[in-house]
Each structure stands twice: as structure tokens, then as C-alpha cells.
Ligand binder design. Sequence first.
Ligand SMILES: [Zn+2]
Length: 317
Amino acid sequence: MLRKWLCQADIKIIIEPVDPVLVKSGYATMDNADMVPVSTFKDGNSVYYFPGSSLKGVMRSHLERIARTLHPGKVCIPYYDPKKKDTTGPPIASERQSYGCSYDPEEKTSATAYADSCAACRLFGSLKFGGRLSISDAYPRSGHNPELELRNGVGIDRFTGGSVSGVLFDLQVLVGGEFETNLRLINFELWQLAALNILLSDMKDEMIAIGSGRSRGLGRVRITVSSYCLSYVKQVNNLKGLYQLAIDEERQAYALHCWAPQNAIALGTSHPRGLRHCYDLSANWKKTLHPLKPAFDKFLEWHSGPWGVASNDEAAA
Ligand SMILES: [Zn+2]
């Protein structure tokens, strides 16, 4: 996407598990539990962590749900393949055309693939291109390691919903602790920054659960934003997104969404970092960026959704 670097948001969050959390490792282990949280070695010690890909997955599905509620059919169902529509198609009429953007059969450049992708794919990526948002693995903060506990589970028959006799399994869950991770959004459109802020607020309100066993009361987390910085190559006085920073040809090719808040958002004083100009909004990001809130809804209203045909005529309208 755009062989340029125009703007970037770097956000550091602290994740506190409210419920015990299980993130399956997928490997058989020697410590007798059938399902264990993922661990790795860091600085010579074994530590448990939440993979960035798991965090990204739950954030994506939460945003998809919000988008489908606001504007039915406007984001794709990522693994809904039109070739299998007879067997796995969604039962809801407004979602029957929501084929995964990745299955669009047309040959596309990276620009048209971006232009025609739904909001979720533009932000989180698809098989056609990497998303704009990246999330690193979340490691325990020093002095805040989680406790490991063992839980028993009973096998549930998927057909009857009752328990299956003789099927018992052990779960290892992580309890407590604090994990830290970084989110990075490169070359953001303003609606994408708005969508990310919606996710941060919902995660602060414990609306998102991570890992397995969410239906059995595992996985609820609460986040706090510990740092929020925006950076640009050139000094800007007010908040700008990709549309404002790109040239006309790029706006057309990538079908960038033409939107700006009614009143310009002042970013304050910048701090130089190498060639970049950084604006530290850590103390007041929520209030400062509040006027961005309608942008996500506006984008969904404007873009035609999966396999979209976003045209700049509409953008200008
Ligand atoms: Zn999509």
C-alpha cells in the first residue's frame, strides 16, 4: 500500500485479564494438561504471552460485528467463499453477498485490491494485502506475571448440548498479571483511526474476551492505554489522515475516503524523532480525538462493501 510513509499511530496498551485466560498452545506437553496457554522463552525465562495474532483476531471480529450492526452487509465474512455459498452461506439476506474480499476473482493491483476491500480488510488485511494495523505479542510486565492454575472441564456433546460421559479434560489458565503490547497503524485514513479508538474504548470497558473457552467464562480482559503517539514526516499543526496527505492520483487509485472533522483538531507541540515529528496524545487522546467518532460510520455508509466499487464521484458528493 502506497510506497510511501506518510503517517503513523503508535499505541501502547496494558492488558489485565479480568477472568482466567486460556490461549491454546496447540502442542502436546509433558505437564499433563490437555490445553495449555502459549509460552515462550524471553531473556532466558519461560514466560506466558498472548500472541498478537490472537489479539488482532478478536479485535477484528468485534469491529466486524459493530460494522454489520451499523450497516448490514458492509463488511465481508472473511472465510465465506462464493463457491461454497449453497452449503455455508449465511442465513441472513443482507449478508448473502458478503463474500470474503480475498475470494474476489478479479486480477487486482494492490491499489484496486485496497480500494475494493471492505472496512475490516482495509484495516486488518486479507489474503490480497497486509492490513494497516499490526499488533505485537503481549508479554507480562516486569513484576506482574500471571499465575498458572489448573481447571477441569467436562466434554460437551455438540449435537445434544449435554455432557459426554467419560470425557474429562484439564485446562491450564492464566490468572491475573498485566501484559503489555504495541499497536501500530501505518498510513491511516481518519476513519481507521476512529475505528481503532472505538476498539480501544470497548476493550477498556471489558467488552472483548481473548483466547478459548469464552462461553465458559474465560477470557475477559480490560485494557488501559499507556501511550498514544501520532507521527508524520512533515510537521502538521492539525490532525491529518491519508486522504489529506496523499496526492490526487493516490486518492483516486486507492479510493481514499474524503472526510474531515468539522473543526480541525489541533495536535499541540511536536517532538522530533529522527526525521519524524511525533505528537504525544497519551494524556488526552480520547478527548482530543473525540470529533473523529462519526468517521467510521461515514466510511461504511460511503463504501459499497465487500468486492466494493467505491468511486471517487461518491466521495466528492
Ligand atoms: Zn473484507
